[in-house]
Ligand binder design. Structure first.
Ligand SMILES: NC(=O)c1ccc[n+]([C@@H]2O[C@H](COP(=O)([O-])OP(=O)(O)OC[C@H]3O[C@@H](n4cnc5c(N)ncnc54)[C@H](O)[C@@H]3O)[C@@H](O)[C@H]2O)c1
Length: 440
């Protein structure tokens, strides 16, 4: 039986079901379809399903032309109907795993998928969970739901965890050339998963269990969170020392070994780095262990928007102004450079703090034409003109998109708070740079 599934994967006649067609699921679906597999995407969001079926792209990392061509040639389609899972050979789960209000894992999306998947799991089916989650999810949550049937893992169906490592906007590393870690419940599960992923990815890295694979993902993002936390704390220390943190980091980064460059900023954003470490610390709490590095980095990183507010306040002070009553323009509200995702963006925290302090806040971001703000639509400024820049008391650079006219920003803004070192090395009394008191 297993041979049959293997053969179907090898000759690319295996039908692939991707559950959750967001930032992770859609590019993965496109990658399989581009490699001659027939792909069906399943999502509860009708809008995404309709768009995909019309060949309309909604994810930056996917090529419009490629998607249209794959839809036209019927290599890829989408549905809200989970019964199609009866006919797929491999199902890959890419649904959200956010935190709830208490910062505990919210696995409700996975549980909703399981309600459906357990109805349609069948003999010889391969299932992989790609959503980031706490160690133990695959074995403790997914496996029992699927084994409620008469089917047995490793014999009748195959179950793995394989973390997604997509880095939106990264032009060098995409799905194909980013090594993929995989850990199955049994050796056979890992073996099948390895063969499947190797048909679209250059290097697949098997580990001994789903728990190991789940922990790999959490280590990767915890590593980033902690090192960004360190860079942020060094920035604050450098402000007190009267040293330019950017100069220090750049010089340290010339060391060819034993140092890795991380930079400070206005806070963490996105669906991964601010969230994933909490999955690990939550799990550790259940084992009576306090993950201290994670907590400390979280404390420093979540404090950065307040620090930015302090810098804005210092800048306004120079003009005998206060946050209360000032008009502030935020440049870049996506959580990182050159992408359109605002999830967990520190810009939103800075905007909230400014508004709480009585400021009037607008933003400019060509990647994010509008956002929902206090339940209403809030639009980006149409353009970055002299008139607009001059009409604000301060311009705050939160995200340094490449398409911004920074010469115009510099010449026309009354005051600039630069949290990304856009104006590196420039001495100008109206520019305040995070991590560099020499500039203010
Ligand atoms: N975005 C990233 O850069 C990234 C990187 C690595 C890992 N991840 C992880 O991958 C997972 C997915 O993240 P994402 O950024 O793609 O999220 P997303 O919100 O962009 O997409 C998730 C999709 O799942 C759909 N969905 C929700 N419930 C569903 C259900 N019951 N059945 C079918 N579809 C359902 C949503 O409608 C949405 O289209 C998360 O666990 C995330 O932590 C994300």
């Amino acid at each position: 039986m297993k041979k049959d599934l293997q053969r179907k994967i090898n000759d690319k006649t295996a039908a692939i079901g991707i559950i959750g067609l967001g930032y992770v699921g859609l590019p993965l679906a496109v990658e399989f379809a581009s490699n001659r597999f027939k792909v069906i995407g399943i999502d509860v969001d009708k809008d995404k399903v309709n768009k995909l079926n019309k060949g309309e792209n909604y994810i930056g990392d996917v090529s419009d032309d490629n998607l249209m061509q794959l839809v036209t040639s019927k290599k890829i389609s989408a549905t809200t109907d989970f019964s199609v899972l009866s006919d797929v050979d491999a199902a890959i789960i890419c649904v959200p795993t956010p935190l709830n209000k208490l910062k505990d894992p919210d696995v409700s999306y996975i549980l909703n998928v399981l309600k459906q998947l357990s109805k349609y799991v069948h003999k010889d089916m391969f299932i992989s969970l790609e959503s980031t989650t706490y160690p133990g999810t695959t074995r403790e949550l997914i496996l029992p739901a699927l084994e409620k049937t008469s089917l047995r893992v490793g014999k009748d169906f195959y179950l793995c965890f394989s973390p997604e490592r997509v880095d939106p906007g990264n032009e060098k590393y995409q799905i194909k050339n980013t090594p993929k870690v995989i850990g199955g419940i049994t050796e056979k599960c890992t073996e099948i998963g390895k063969i499947l992923y190797e048909s679209i990815i250059d290097k697949v890295v098997p580990v001994s269990s789903p728990e190991a694979a789940e922990t790999v993902k959490l280590l990767e993002n915890t590593f980033r969170s902690i090192n960004i936390g360190l860079a942020n704390e060094v920035a604050i220390m450098c402000e007190k020392l009267g040293v330019d943190v950017w100069e220090v980091i750049d010089a340290a980064a010339t060391k060819p070994f034993g140092f890795m460059k991380f930079t400070p900023g206005p806070g963490l954003g996105g669906h991964c780095i601010p969230i994933d470490p909490h999955y690990l610390s939550w799990k550790m709490k259940t084992l009576d262990y306090r993950a201290r590095f994670i907590e400390l980095a979280g404390e420093i990183n979540t404090g950065m928007p307040v620090h930015v507010l302090d810098l804005i306040s210092k800048g306004l002070n120079r003009f005998q102004k206060s946050i209360n009553g000032s008009k502030i323009l935020i440049l870049g509200i996506a959580y990182k450079k050159d992408i359109d995702d605002v999830r967990e963006s520190p810009a939103l925290d800075v905007m909230t703090l400014l508004e709480q302090g009585g400021a009037r806040v607008e933003y400019y971001d060509t990647y994010v034409p509008n956002i929902k703000w206090h339940g209403k639509d809030k639009n980006s400024q149409n353009a970055l003109s002299s008139k607009i820049l001059r009409s604000f008391d301060a311009t705050v650079i939160i995200t340094d998109h490449s398409n911004m006219d920074y010469d115009l920003v510099r010449s026309e803004s009354r005051l600039i708070i630069d949290t990304r070192n856009v104006f590196s090395g420039i001495k100008d009394s109206k520019i305040i740079r995070l991590g560099n008191t020499q500039s203010y």
